[in-house]
Design a protein around this ligand. Structure first.
Ligand code: AVI
Length: 315
């Protein structure tokens, strides 16, 4: 892990313009900051998808085309705290659906917490947690031949560029069989006035989240970034529908990263690109699934039409 982190930081900081991968936001501190982000008034994404799972649960069940007497596996990629999924589990449980819930997450800690929480709230729901990489776990589940419903929520796909997203969905499709479903939660393209504040909150939590990457480099790779000399800068281009986060150097400065045996120069105003948050519409989704056997069956939106859960079927 540390070797990959080291190599990817070196590769990013040696590039022009400089980049750092957003997947490294999520250490213990980053996880906690992301929980804070999800509760911010400006960060509408989590609330919007929760609105769907809370208020359109029956519509969701109908769209996924679940049959009360036919067993299925409900598999969630990146389950986190299961806040939205719990609304679905609740109704499936009440309506006596026969299924196992497989939350998959890289974090064993968050899976244990989710398991405990579900055991006390929904004792009838069978939870089979799987810790690890999405594709390794999916490949192991493929052997079961049972009907599958995959949940990939929270606009997590938005943190991949279109080429990566295409590859990801293609790999996912390869692990599915005829009739299996994918519920893909995405943030929709909308005006700058709504999107930009979600990545530039008043309390500065998103700024801390972004700059935490420099902290990680300081702690894990013996860097000497002075966080006060860098700032968070989000940008959003409504036409392409992509929000981007940058870290900007406030002055000309050098930073030494001992583990990389290198000193990097930053000029005043120089940007490090850290994250993309892609926003979607139907044609972008169609492009993403174009090299798969998945087709769009339904699209369920929240009451403000900010967010959509697309129901895709493997033909
Ligand atoms: C996890 N992901 C969908 C978040 C997003 O909206 O792109 C991560 C995030 N970055 C800044 N704020 C939240």
């Amino acid at each position: 892990m540390i070797e990959t982190f080291k190599n990817e930081v070196a590769e990013g900081l040696n590039s022009t313009p400089k980049t750092l991968p957003s997947k490294y936001f999520y250490d213990k501190k980053g996880d906690a900051l992301f929980v804070e982000i999800m509760n911010l008034p400006e960060y509408y994404l989590t609330r919007s998808e929760l609105d769907i799972f809370k208020n359109k649960t029956q519509q969701l069940i109908n769209a996924i085309d679940l049959k009360p007497n036919t067993y299925f596996e409900l598999i969630e990629l990146g389950a986190g705290d299961g806040l939205k999924t719990k609304k679905l589990l609740d109704l499936l449980d009440k309506q006596n659906f026969v299924f196992d819930y497989f939350p998959i997450d890289i974090s064993a800690n968050s899976l244990n917490l989710l398991e405990e929480d579900l055991a006390s709230t929904y004792p009838n729901v069978s939870v089979k947690k799987k810790q690890g990489d999405y594709f390794e776990v999916l490949a192991s589940l493929k052997n079961s031949n049972k009907p599958k419903v995959i949940l990939f929520l929270g606009s997590n796909i938005g943190n991949m560029n279109d080429q990566l997203a295409k590859q990801f969905i293609h790999n996912l499709g390869k692990n599915l069989q005829h009739g299996d479903k994918l519920v893909l939660g995405v943030d929709l393209i909308k005006p700058k006035e709504i999107v930009l504040p979600a990545y530039n909150d008043n309390k500065g939590i998103t700024a801390k989240f972004n700059l935490n990457l420099l902290n990680r480099i300081n702690n894990e790779l013996k860097g000497n970034f002075d966080l006060k000399q860098f700032k968070h800068q989000p940008e959003y281009n409504e036409k392409e529908g992509i929000a981007k986060s940058f870290i900007v150097s406030k002055k000309n400065q050098h930073v030494e990263i001992k583990a990389l045996k290198k000193t990097y120069n930053f000029t005043k105003g120089e940007k490090i690109h850290t994250e993309i948050s892609r926003k979607y519409n139907d044609s972008i989704i169609k492009n993403i699934i174009s090299n798969t056997q998945l087709t769009i069956e339904h699209k369920i939106m929240d009451s403000k039409a900010y967010f959509a859960d697309y129901i895709l079927t493997r033909s």
